[in-house]
Design a protein around this ligand. Structure first.
Ligand code: ADP
Ligand code: ASP
Ligand code: MG
Length: 457
């Protein structure tokens, strides 16, 4: 059994949904479970509708929701229309969901505030609609698609907006709900991105979280492969929107892929790899617009022919650097523990750390004014906003000093506020001002992946 996940652009319109269904049909003998994102842009529309509701801008709310409804009706019109009873029944479900959005949005407008719980309920509608639409469209093509509500299977904690799965419960639900369908040769179709708490509240797994859903469902159902179908040929040496000449990486290890995703390669949601690793399930990243391209295969071993070297460059924006200095650090112990206890208390996750005898610098990916107040008694604090991390990911990056030399050479003239290379040799990160991000990425990518062999050696 395999999981086949389609991202938003892969189900953006009727033609794309039809192509995605062909991809499922071609993999029928591998017992697919289909996971779909909301149609491209719909989640953003729902966020905008919630904001408009909070501002009591009812005209705007109605306008956005009507457009979302119309988009789904248009796709259904093209794909399911030939069978009138299918179309009618889809429109009934569509209107039921749309009515539900209106009810929640009216509540938000009345209160003038959005709770994380209400926001999740609204955002989840995108995947609910796309998955129902996909299942109907499959039936139209005589494929036995069976819509399954993701909330019946993906059970999560109650961290609205960024929920984590409770794997035991999810595995049990997958066994109960999905396995019998697969045994009957049916094809379950589920929305990504959504789950529910033990007591039944809808949750979401974080923006871009349908990849994560695919991995959670794959791990829970014991899939042999998780296929992430998207709009590029695979994981590449850089975001092709930034560097059109970026190359596809044919094979990469879990740790490298996770590191790349964490440091900004949007092609995979950062948490996608974890459920796959636990059960050593292969993950493939494939292109819905170029079905014959082999894509990227992500496994534990990765590319065994590449013992060392850089694989890709990624950029993570919206970073804040916190420099902490204190003379008390000189030869003292316990200082770092005190500092990091404060980060722990505020539940702030730190990406990079550099230290000297009297100072520590860290990066965090959210601004928290109370952090400075809390740190002040312990250290002198300087905060640098609007930073970004340019990360080179690969294997044994320290083995060959040429990699570091090339990167420093490429960065000539671009000021850096931090530089970090861990002993794992997996990640070499540079922090630069946001305004320099693109220039830094282009320079580093050119030096590592475009230079003729031997130029820098
Ligand atoms: P989907 O809707 O299929 O989930 P996303 O937009 O979330 O698609 O992710 C695909 C996008 O990720 C690509 O269009 C590409 O611009 C971007 N991307 C960023 N870094 C990389 C990378 N290293 N390799 C491939 N794509 C990348
Ligand atoms: N639709 C959700 C989002 O836009 C989840 C996803 O696309 O993966 O964030
Ligand atoms: Mg995505």
């Amino acid at each position: 059994m395999i999981v086949v996940k389609f991202g938003g652009t892969s189900v953006g319109d009727a033609q794309r949904v039809a192509n995605a269904i062909d991809i499922v049909a071609e993999r029928r003998d591998r017992n697919p479970i289909v996971v779909v994102s909301a149609l491209a842009g719909v989640t953003n529309d729902l966020v905008a509708a919630s904001e408009a509701a909070r501002g009591c801008d009812i005209d705007r709310v109605n306008q956005i929701v009507a457009a979302v409804r119309q988009r789904h009706e248009d796709v259904a019109m093209r794909l399911v229309q030939q069978k009138f009873d299918f179309f009618e029944s889809f429109i009934k479900q569509l209107d039921k969901q749309i009515e539900q959005i209106h009810t929640i949005l009216r509540g938000i407008a009345l209160l003038g505030e959005i709770t994380p719980r209400a926001r999740d309920k609204v955002m989840a509608i995108g995947e609910k609609l796309s998955s129902v639409l996909f299942a109907y469209s499959m039936m139209m093509r005589a494929l036995p698609g069976e819509h399954i509500d993701s909330e019946e299977v993906v059970i999560t904690d109650a961290k609205f907006g960024e929920a984590s799965p409770l794997m035991e419960e999810t595995r049990e639900a997958a066994r109960r709900v999905l396995t019998p369908l697969i045994e009957r040769n049916l094809i379950p179709v589920m929305g990504g991105f959504i789950g529910r708490t033990r007591d039944g509240a809808t949750t979401t797994l974080g923006r871009g979280g349908s990849d994560y859903s695919a991995a959670i469902i794959g791990a829970a159902a014991g899939a042999e492969e998780i296929q992430i179908w998207t709009d590029v040929d695979g994981m590449m040496t850089c975001d092709p929107r930034l560097i059109p000449s970026a190359r596809v990486i044919e094979r990469i290890s879990y740790v490298e892929a996770a590191e790349l995703a964490w440091f900004g390669a949007k092609v995979l949601h950062p948490r996608t790899i974890a459920p796959a690793v636990a059960q050593k399930i292969a993950v493939r990243v494939l292109n819905t617009h170029n079905v014959s391209s082999p894509g990227t295969l992500i496994t534990e071993a990765g590319d065994e022919t590449e013992a060392a070297g850089p694989r890709a460059v990624a950029v993570k924006r919206g970073i804040t650097v916190v420099h902490m200095t204190s003379n008390k650090m000189l030869g003292a112990h316990g200082f770092l523990a005190r500092l990091f206890a404060i980060f722990e208390e505020l539940e702030l996750s730190v990406d990079l750390i550099t230290t000297s005898e009297v100072s520590v610098s860290v990066t965090i990916d959210e601004e928290r004014p109370e952090l400075i107040e809390r740190l002040k008694p312990v250290a002198d604090v300087q905060v640098l906003g609007n930073q970004c991390i340019v990360a080179v990911v690969g294997r044994n990056l320290m083995r060959d000093s040429i990699v570091g030399a090339r990167i420093f050479e490429a960065m000539r003239g671009i000021p850096m506020s931090m530089f970090s290379l861990g002993t794992s040799g997996l990640n070499l990160s540079i922090v630069v001002d946001e305004s320099e991000a693109d220039r830094a990425v282009r320079a580093v990518h050119a030096a590592l992946f475009e230079a003729p062999v031997g130029v820098a050696s």
